[in-house]
Design a protein around this ligand. Structure first.
Ligand code: ADP
Ligand code: MG
Length: 394
């Protein structure tokens, strides 16, 4: 990977703004190993941060203006902290504006700035470029304001920016993974208590491959909202069995099974669909905790098995996969050395993550890169558990 060196960051900034940069920060993308659609149900997730990152390079201004250039989009946008971007400014400005606005409430000394956003993290490809954009912006602006906030607080601010300004009702996972991960570890996060544990993920004999399906479905955000709603309805249904459950986190697979066996519900297709949604969430929580235990024990076949079981559950019970993701997972699972594979991210397209034994990894990458169609190579990334966001020397 082409890491951005301090001199590359410095000269990119001078070339853009004609003056030296004062601060820089990096925030990584993430791949979720397991724990999908559990975060907004108060459950568990197990992502890793990856080396692919976004960098924010900045110099302070003595007025209220934010000038922000995105290298990836080749787009320069300017607005004032007081007024925000124009209503028809491109959508990406909302993430930056949201972070700056929420940070200014916390640290009134924050002034305007010139910002450059650069890096090697694919935009909108399911690797959480939005959280990386928020994270590097937040860290660099804190640096300019001379203010240190705990990373947990920054993660909460970034998530609020995504909710309130970008209009994406995401869970906590992406921002925690980008800001709080540790190199060589996966991040087991309890989305209820926000407690987390860095679980060693020693990939000496194994590789994690991320394969982009190339599919981006328009329906993803609508279906995401629908699943969140269905989880709320499923919880109401399950309160017959678990009256004190505050979230699906508090429900056990046996409770779902008991409800699903209820004669009065068995004939109600809508209720059975809601129970299937719940079954995914409650079994996925168990799988995520089991996956963390498998990582600690370096039981890679078990981790692979759990990843594949997660995919089947997302496909059949939660119904957020699609034909291309399913075909890719099936194809990977048939390849020698592959211990498990699953869709990662919200679904309806995006990426598949596969756990592969190292001797087979290179051949598999070559095979996937051609994909049977040399004209349309499939982007395959080999990822390793990287460290979370950090200030960078310039
Ligand atoms: P993901 O977070 O999985 O990559 P999202 O749809 O959540 O996908 O976020 C992608 C959006 O984040 C982009 O459409 C854009 O608005 C913003 N974004 C991400 N990376 C950049 C970047 N380098 N420059 C500008 N905007 C970016
Ligand atoms: Mg995102």
């Amino acid at each position: 990977m082409a890491r951005m060196s301090p001199s590359a960051l410095r000269s990119a900034f001078v070339a853009r703004y004609g003056r030296p940069a004062a601060r820089a920060a990096r925030a990584p993308g993430r791949v979720n190993l397991i724990g999908e659609h559990t975060d907004y149900n108060d459950g568990f997730v197990l992502p890793i941060a990856i080396e692919q990152s976004l960098w924010a390079v900045a110099a302070p201004r003595h007025d209220d203006a934010l000038r922000v250039y995105s290298d990836a989009l080749r787009d320069l946008q300017t607005w004032t902290l007081a007024d925000g971007p124009h209503a028809d400014a491109p959508r990406w400005t909302r993430y930056v504006h949201g972070v700056a606005t929420l940070l200014r409430r916390r640290m009134p000394s924050l002034d305007g700035a010139d910002l450059l956003i650069t890096g090697d993290l694919p935009l909108g490809g399911g690797l959480s470029s939005s959280a990386a954009l928020e994270g590097c912006t937040a860290l660099v602006l804190c640096g300019l304001a001379g203010c240190e906030l705990p990373l947990e607080e920054l993660a909460a601010i970034c998530r609020s920016a995504e909710h309130e300004f970008a209009g994406v009702p995401c869970g906590l996972m992406d921002q925690y993974a980008s800001l709080l991960s540790r190199q060589g570890c996966a991040l087991l996060l309890d989305c209820r208590s926000r407690r987390f544990e860095h679980v060693p993920c020693r990939l000496d004999q194994h590789a994690l491959l991320v394969v982009d399906s190339g599919v981006r479905h328009e329906l993803a955000s609508g279906e995401y909202a629908a699943r969140r709603r269905e989880c709320g309805e499923a919880l109401k249904l399950l309160r017959r069995a678990c009256p004190r459950a505050a979230a699906l986190r508090d429900v056990a697979p046996a409770d779902v099974a008991r409800c699903a066996a209820d004669e009065s519900l068995r004939r109600d297709a809508g209720a059975m669909r809601l129970l299937a949604r719940a079954r995914h969430v409650v079994t996925e929580n168990e799988r995520t905790l089991a996956a963390a235990a498998a990582l600690r024990a370096e039981d890679w076949p078990e981790l692979g098995r759990l990843m594949s079981a997660s995919h089947a559950s997302l496909r059949d019970d939660y119904q957020v996969s699609c034909a291309q993701l399913d075909a890719l997972v099936e194809r990977l699972e048939r390849c020698p050395g592959v211990l498990g594979a699953r869709m990662t991210g919200g679904g309806f397209g995006g990426c598949v993550v596969a756990l592969v034994e190292v001797p087979h990894a290179q051949g598999l990458v070559a095979q996937l890169n051609c994909g049977g169609d040399p004209a349309a190579p499939r982007p395959v990334l080999r990822v390793v558990p990287a460290g979370g966001a950090e200030r960078c020397a310039l």
